[in-house]
Design a protein around this ligand. Structure first.
Ligand SMILES: *Cc1c(COP(=O)(O)O)cnc(C)c1O
Length: 390
């Protein structure tokens, strides 16, 4: 059976060129970067070249990059690292209601430890409310963390505007750029952020590796203690093969960014248009234009996203109902709830995240499959046809 993967927001296949770049670092250049002999020096050289690659991609200096085990660890290091190091100055953190669980659960944990967190709401397109953000700022606010692009609905946030507010009050600004990095331009100075989280496996690199950008002068406390790796900000023997793979994925993403974004935007808009033309009672969630080039999030009235997902899976199509991190629970997505959707609308939602190798033929196949599956499920639904949203 034909298999079509359109869940690139959850993870991506590793690019064969990335695999090729990684292979020598398992068996030949396997040294520990802390060793003084030539094996160690080769590892150090690969590590520092990779650091330069990642730094250059976002307009940072190499010494501002800390390699981690991925987006989740980068988010933890940013939030807890600022909280613990700056608690003498204040214990208030501002974030948004639509963040990834790596941010929300880290903030919830800090609340149990005596920190105070304000969750700024988003509008119906998923853009966070700047007035509420302004109002939330207090004298004891030490950190604002707002994601660059949302993993479920793809909405891109006005980070540079938030940066102006944060700078006025000398508050650190962190952004989770895991979904935007590699898909749209990400530059730490243009965004005006002090910290930025990245992950390799969302950009055709290996799983279990990522980075946190930390602007020079930012007072951050390490979470893992041990050797003096990563300027003592993240102890533990460096994952050289993973880091080399991550850096290769970054290099490839930089080369292809404009072409890939154009290709995926075309597919995205075609998918949305064809679904809207051929299926009734369907709405797009997230911002109509200010969204990631690869993100489509649709809600179909009267039916369940899970049922659609399973029927589509039988046709070889891999998509998701929400983010991979929450789709195993039956709770409606916190992001869809936060942008004002009723539980019944959230439950009929599907997230389709395109990749660079998806084709127009695949999009057309998915549209045809959706028409059939939605029709079949609505025929079985007791409420379909008897009521309308409008
Ligand atoms: C995937 C994702 C993460 C987690 O990254 P991992 O590398 O899987 O730990 C964090 N934030 C966002 C927005 C994500 O999409």
């Amino acid at each position: 059976m034909k298999q079509i993967y359109m869940d690139h927001g959850a993870t991506t296949p590793v690019d064969p060129l990335v695999v090729d770049a990684m292979l020598p670092y398992f068996t030949e250049t396997f040294g520990n970067a802390s060793s003084l002999h030539s094996f160690g020096q080769e590892a150090t050289s690969a590590l520092e070249q990779s650091r330069q690659q990642v730094a250059a991609s976002i307009g940072a200096k190499p010494e501002e990059i800390i390699f981690t085990s991925g987006g989740t660890e980068s988010d933890n290091l940013a939030i807890k690292g600022i909280a613990y190091r700056n608690s003498g100055k204040g214990k208030h953190i501002i974030t948004s209601t639509i963040e990834h669980p790596a941010i929300l659960n880290t903030c919830a944990y800090l609340e149990k430890e005596g920190f105070d967190v304000t969750y700024v709401p988003a509008d119906s397109d998923g853009i966070i409310d700047m007035d509420e953000l302004k109002k939330a700022i207090r004298d004891d606010t030490i950190l604002i963390s707002v994601m660059h692009a949302n993993n479920e609905i793809g909405t891109i946030q006005p980070i540079s505007d938030i940066s102006k507010l944060a700078k006025e009050k000398s508050i650190y600004l962190h952004t989770d750029a895991v979904q935007s990095f590699g898909k749209i331009a990400v530059n730490v100075d243009e965004l005006g952020v002090d910290m930025l989280s990245m992950s390799s496996h969302k950009i055709y690199g290996p799983k279990g590796v990522g980075a946190l950008y930390v602007r020079k002068g930012t007072l951050l406390q390490a979470l893992a203690h041990g050797g003096s790796h990563e300027r003592s900000m993240r102890a533990g023997t460096e994952n050289i093969s993973g880091i080399v793979g991550f850096a290769k994925a970054v290099a490839l993403a930089d080369e292809r960014l404009v072409d890939d974004a154009k290709h995926m935007t075309q597919l995205r808009d075609s998918l949305i248009e064809k679904v809207m033309d051929s299926i009734d009672d369907v709405e797009l969630s997230g911002h109509p234009t200010n969204r990631l080039p690869n993100n489509v999030n649709l809600r179909f009235s009267f039916i369940e996203g899970e049922s659609m997902l399973l029927f589509l899976d039988m046709k070889g199509i891999a998509i998701s109902t929400g983010s991979a991190c929450s789709s195993k629970s039956l709770e409606p997505s916190h992001v869809l709830t936060a942008i004002g959707l009723r539980p019944e609308d959230s439950h009929g939602s599907l997230r389709i995240t395109l990749g660079k190798d998806n084709t127009q033929e695949e999009v057309d196949y998915v549209v045809d499959a959706l028409v059939e599956v939605v029709g079949r499920l609505r025929a079985m639904s007791p409420i379909a046809g008897k009521m309308s949203l409008k």
